[in-house]
Every structure is written in structure tokens, then in C-alpha cells.
Ligand binder design. Structure first.
Ligand SMILES: Cc1cc2nc3c(=O)[nH]c(=O)nc-3n(C[C@H](O)[C@H](O)[C@H](O)COP(=O)(O)OP(=O)(O)OC[C@H]3O[C@@H](n4cnc5c(N)ncnc54)[C@H](O)[C@@H]3O)c2cc1C
Length: 242
């Protein structure tokens, strides 16, 4: 068997690709991750690193979000990733937002969550909140990682502990198992998982086009170091629209 022959090839070294590689390697598969850049450089490292539970759609999404959070906790312990923050504070600035939070707290998803009075929040948040703060939802379920550190650390852990082979700076032009045509020659794999992020054109463009996907923009704002650290992640009540 050639050293470039695997049970599973994963195209894309972002978080979705690494998740598939982890599960397959844990199941005893020989796995390769093929990434076109020197290291993953897409949405997976340019995000808030927020592992959200509260606010996910009731049912499967919420159940999967809890499972995902548990997997992150497991992986973080194994790979030595730092969990930067636990839990979420959602600030409500209108009576309508408070009403939504109160309704939410009555559902099964409100378990472990509670409503804080503005003063209680200000005390633990170094006086933040502003004059129009009505109430704050606290959820203990979330985690936050620093993605720029977490993704390379996960890749290194998968390589070292789970024997996943990484082909970086390798573009996949065609993925037709058992062969993948790449910029560095052929790689063989019985199965392929394609996790290309927002590259809709290189692999399976017709199939991706049939979903009529549209790119959207999500901007991040980096604040100057405030000199203190909040106990959990902070969200505004605009998030309630979701
Ligand atoms: C500003 C912002 C903030 C966000 N905040 C959060 C958050 O807090 N929590 C959360 O859960 N989600 C968040 N998201 C969403 C999350 O970041 C994405 O859903 C996730 O990173 C997608 O991961 P991915 O692996 O699919 O894609 P990517 O990270 O884009 O990875 C795809 C990889 O595939 C590689 N690739 C593509 N085509 C090929 C090819 N043909 N050959 C080889 N390699 C290829 C690319 O180089 C890339 O590295 C945020 C997104 C943005 C933009």
C-alpha cells in the first residue's frame, strides 16, 4: 500500500475538516487532511471562537450545539487548548428583549440560565452596561476559544496523537475516490469529505450551485485592551433576532 493511500481524505483544514478528521481517526481510520494554504486561514481562524448553545434553534440544533460544546471541552482537554471564557451574558436594552428572554427561560432550553438585574451584572462586569440596561440573561453553557491559536493547536494534536497526515500547501483539483488529483500529485483514499469553506468553484461547483448559496459578510471589531476580563462572553440583544 502506498504511503499516500488513506481510508479517508479530508479536503480543507478548517474546523469542519478537522472535526471530520478527528472522528474518523478516533474510529481507527487512516486519515489525510489536504489544505491549499500553508495552514488554515479561512473563517475558522477569523471568528469569535464562540461555542454557542443558548439561542440555537429548539430541537436538533440545540441538542447538537450541546454535543458540540461537549466535544470542544473533550478536545480542549486533550490538545491543551485554553478555554478563554465560560458562559454568556446577553444584555437586554428594551422591554421587548426582556419579554423574549423571560419566554425563553420558561422553555427546556432555559435550564441553568437566569435573569440578572442590571446592578448584579454591573458588579461582575466592571460597571459595563450603560444607563438603558433592563436585564441580563446569563447562560452557563457556552465556551469561547481563541480560534487563531485553537485551530493550529488542534491540527498539531491530530497529527501527533491521532496520526492524521497533513498535506499543506496542496490544492485539490479533483476528488473522485479512490483518487484525488492535487497540485502535488495523486493521493488515494476510499472516501473523501469536502470541506472547502466558501470556495464554491473548485470542487463540485455544479452541486454547490444547486444550493444557491450566497456569501455574506460578518465583521468583527477588535477593541483596545480594556484592562480587565469579563467572566463570560458578551452578546447584545440584537442576537435575539436569531
Ligand atoms: C467574522 C466571523 C465570526 C464568526 N464567529 C463564529 C463563532 O463565534 N462561532 C462559530 O461557531 N462560528 C463562527 N463563525 C462561522 C465559522 O467561522 C464557520 O462556519 C467555520 O469556520 C467554517 O469552517 P470551514 O472549515 O467550513 O471553512 P474554512 O475555515 O473556510 O476552511 C475551509 C478550508 O478549505 C481550504 N480549501 C478550500 N478548497 C480547497 C481545495 N480545493 N483544496 C485544498 N484546500 C481547500 C481553504 O483553504 C480553507 O482553509 C464566524 C464566521 C465569521 C466570518
Amino acid at each position: 500500500m502506498s504511503s499516500r493511500s488513506f481510508d479517508l481524505a479530508v479536503v480543507g483544514g478548517g474546523v469542519i475538516g478537522l472535526a471530520h478528521a478527528y472522528v474518523a481517526a478516533k474510529a481507527g481510520k487512516r486519515v489525510a487532511v489536504i489544505e491549499k494554504d500553508p495552514r488554515a486561514n479561512g473563517a475558522s481562524i477569523r471568528n469569535f471562537g464562540f461555542i454557542t448553545v443558548t439561542g440555537q434553534e429548539r430541537g436538533d440544533s440545540w441538542r447538537l450545539a450541546r454535543r458540540t460544546r461537549d466535544v470542544w471541552a473533550e478536545v480542549a482537554a486533550g490538545a491543551g487548548l485554553s478555554i478563554e471564557q465560560h458562559g454568556l451574558y446577553l444584555t437586554a436594552r428594551s422591554v421587548e428583549a426582556v419579554a423574549v428572554i423571560e419566554a425563553f427561560l420558561k422553555t427546556e432550553m432555559g435550564e441553568g440560565c437566569r435573569l440578572l438585574a442590571p446592578e448584579e451584572f454591573r458588579q461582575l462586569a466592571h460597571g459595563l452596561g450603560g444607563p438603558d440596561l433592563q436585564a441580563v440573561l446569563h447562560s452557563p453553557h457556552e465556551l469561547r476559544v481563541e480560534s487563531r491559536d485553537a485551530i493550529p493547536a488542534l491540527a498539531a494534536w491530530l497529527e501527533k496523537i491521532w496520526s492524521v497526515t497533513f498535506y499543506n500547501e496542496t490544492m485539490v483539483f479533483e476528488a473522485s475516490p479512490p483518487r484525488l488529483r492535487t497540485s502535488r500529485g495523486m493521493i488515494e483514499a476510499d472516501a473523501v469529505v469536502v470541506c472547502p469553506g466558501d470556495d464554491f468553484v473548485t470542487l463540485y461547483p455544479d452541486r454547490i450551485a444547486s444550493y444557491r448559496l450566497r456569501r455574506c459578510r460578518l465583521s468583527m471589531l477588535k477593541l483596545a485592551e480594556p484592562g480587565f476580563r469579563l467572566p463570560g462572553a458578551l452578546m447584545s440583544d440584537l442576537s435575539l433576532a436569531r
